[in-house]
Ligand binder design. Structure first.
Ligand SMILES: Nc1ncnc2c1ncn2[C@@H]1O[C@H](COP(=O)(O)OP(=O)(O)OP(=O)(O)O)[C@@H](O)[C@H]1O
Ligand SMILES: [Mg+2]
Length: 160
């Protein structure tokens, strides 16, 4: 699995593939949890950190592909939250970009508590550090950085 190691990608396509790999793994996990009937009442959250242009949205596009999201996943920079229907989930795929959110005080109004409490949904959050105290304790963190032009580093780990 792609978790707990640093991966170097050499192109946007490779980063998308990695997103797809994580998306496949998450899809199985979310649907498995559902079948077992364990209602935890928390969404599955993947936090994406890293400088502008480091590949967060590129990764999110691959992730969405694994969930059979057919609408093209756009960068939600101006809208902050976008919700996509997934053919593979009972819930939705949410994609948030908090770059333009000033801080925790800007966050009410996004419906975040409801989104984060939906155990059937998966939530990808770019610039998740802006959530501060609202950051879920159980989540997956993915850190992106540009090493050199097309060479990007991605480290994914599970936090609980
Ligand atoms: N190895 C790579 N992985 C990801 N993107 C790459 C890679 N090499 C080149 N790129 C290019 O870098 C850019 C990454 O942009 P992307 O929008 O995914 O970044 P981002 O982290 O979401 O930025 P922002 O913080 O502005 O939302 C794209 O234009 C992509 O084609
Ligand atoms: Mg982005």
């Amino acid at each position: 699995m792609v978790i707990d190691r640093e991966i170097i990608t050499q192109s946007a396509q490779e980063t998308q593939k990695l997103g797809e790999e994580l998306g496949d793994w998450i899809r199985k996990k979310v649907n498995g949890k559902r079948q077992k009937g364990r209602e935890e009442s928390v969404a599955t959250v993947i936090c994406l950190y890293g400088e502008l242009g480091s590949g967060k949205t590129t990764f999110a596009q691959g992730f969405a592909k694994a969930l059979s999201v057919t609408t093209r996943l756009l960068s939600p920079t101006f809208i902050i939250v976008r919700r996509y229907q997934s053919e593979k989930l009972t819930g939705f795929l949410y994609h948030l970009d908090l770059y333009r959110a000033g801080g925790e005080k800007d966050l009410p109004g996004l419906g975040l508590p409801e989104i984060l409490a939906d155990s059937d949904s998966v939530v990808l959050i770019e610039w998740a550090e802006k959530l501060g105290n609202l950051l879920p304790k159980e989540r997956i963190d993915a850190r992106f950085s540009v090493m050199k032009e097309e060479k990007h580093s991605i480290s994914i780990c599970k936090i609980s």
